[in-house]
Design a binder for this molecule. Structure first.
Ligand code: XLS
Ligand code: CA
Ligand code: CA
Length: 437
């Protein structure tokens, strides 16, 4: 059965095209900075938003109209697999990502749940064999079911912890079975509501133990995916332990886990943490931990995780600038962890949304590559820090300077002069690149 009749494979038509079902900027085979756009961007569809999402919100029921709506149970899960492969292929997207519970319904017992999962994993495997779609990452949903009310790896209930471990074990086996290139841990309810009833130290120790068990088990079954942790500061809990990139890196370092992980960074989680997306990417890059991108955007006026499709060109330029500076995204990719707005309920909106996001990232890539080629920001930065290249600055950088030598210098160096940071000028230069590329 087909689910998106009337929609053909989406083609690149270029800038002048007015066809809403065509790419204006994403030209997969076009070479930018030595690699094809497809190789740079490694786009992925999020199963949970695009196939499982219904358009509900806390105030209202499903609005999405989907051709698979009349199915239920395992039949619904099977229909969604077929629909997923049709959509991903028509969009010419190379990857997808899922949580275990997105793809198959839970049964009455863990055994039954695993059996449902196996059935759908088999079907996905068949579809992967007959298409070129690959799995960027899978993960486990340890936050929706009421059993996770107090968390999973950080729960106060050892029985829930054991259940979570079993779910991670199965998730790793599924990842191996489907050749996942990465495996994600997002701390769904790994956080707290109040410190008054929380043993934070025990919770964090236990979480680290769960990660160590996952590392050991992946080794045992020969699953060589890149492990990724996805930071988020709040939602659903008031305080999530993996607050942001810096906090997550400190946690990993503290428990000796750093070399086993990279980070999956999401734009909307960055802004929830009070950072820009490029800040999170920069922190990860500085530590050699930039793993993958969850591409979306929040809303300036709303303080929650709205997961909108990325359409802000300025943000994608700066994100792709970090990725290029990183030497690429490696085994990671650009996963659209984004949902159509509740009022965009038609099936074709799924296409318009992905096209918008893919074009926005493609344009971001092109502009970032051009900025780098012309060394626009590099020259500005080199010049801004030039006082550290010679004299007293070079001594500070090389570690030769002491408080005594610096005092001696300061005493005879009068007056001190600063130069303008030229913020507005620099932003207008970036705008010129955006407009002309
Ligand atoms: C939720 C997260 C989640 C992760 C995967 O806010 O973005 O969807 O990406 O568990
Ligand atoms: Ca995400
Ligand atoms: Ca999100």
């Amino acid at each position: 059965m087909t689910y998106f009749d009337g929609i053909e494979n989406i083609q690149f038509e270029g800038r002048g095209s007015k066809n809403p079902l065509a790419f204006k900027h994403y030209n997969p085979s076009e070479i930018i900075a030595g690699k094809t756009m497809e190789e740079h961007l490694r786009f992925a569809v999020s199963y949970w938003h695009t196939l499982t999402g219904e358009g509900t919100d806390p105030f209202g029921a499903q609005t999405n109209i989907r051709a698979w709506d009349h199915f239920s149970g395992l039949d619904l899960a099977k229909a969604r697999v077929e629909a997923a492969f049709e959509l991903i292929t028509k969009l010419n997207i190379p990857y997808f990502c899922f949580h275990d519970r997105d793809i198959a319904p839970e049964g009455a017992t863990l055994q039954e749940t695993n059996k449902n999962l196996d059935t759908i994993v088999d079907l996905i495997k068949q579809n992967m064999r007959t298409s070129s779609v690959k799995l960027l990452w899978n993960t486990q949903n340890m936050f929706s079911n009421p059993r996770f009310v107090h968390g999973a790896g950080t729960t106060c209930n050892a029985d829930v912890y054991a259940y979570s471990a079993a779910q991670v074990k199965k998730g790793l086996e599924v990842g191996k079975e489907l050749g996942a290139e990465n495996y994600v841990f997002w701390g769904g309810r790994e956080g707290y509501e109040t410190l008054l009833n929380t043993d934070m130290k025990l919770e964090l120790d236990n979480l680290a133990k769960l990660y160590w068990m996952a590392i050991d088990y992946a080794k045992e079954i020969d699953f060589d995916a890149q492990f990724l942790i996805e930071p988020k500061p709040k939602e659903p809990t008031k305080h999530q332990y993996d607050f942001d990139a810096a906090t997550t890196i400190a946690f990993l370092q503290n428990y000796g886990l750093k070399e086993h992980f990279k980070l999956n960074l999401e734009a909307n989680h960055a802004t929830l943490a009070g950072h820009t997306f490029e800040h999170e990417l920069r922190v990860a890059r500085m530590h050699g931990m930039l793993g993958s991108l969850d591409a979306n955007q929040g809303d300036l006026l709303l303080g929650w995780d709205t997961d909108e499709f990325p359409t802000d060109l300025y943000s994608t330029v700066l994100a792709m600038y970090e990725v290029l500076q990183n030497g690429g995204i490696g085994k990671g990719g650009v996963n659209f962890d984004a949902k159509v707005r509740r009022a965009s309920f038609d099936p074709e909106d799924l296409f318009y949304a992905h096209i918008a996001g893919m074009d926005c990232y493609s344009k971001g890539l092109k502009v970032a590559a051009k900025l780098l080629e012309d060394r626009v920001l590099e020259n500005i930065i080199d010049n801004r820090y030039r006082s550290f290249k010679e004299g007293i600055g070079a001594e500070i950088v090389s570690g030769k300077a002491t408080l005594r030598s610096l005092e001696q210098y300061a005493l005879q160096n009068n007056p001190i002069r600063n130069e303008s940071g030229r913020h507005e000028l620099i932003k207008s230069i970036v705008n010129e690149y955006l407009l002309s590329e």
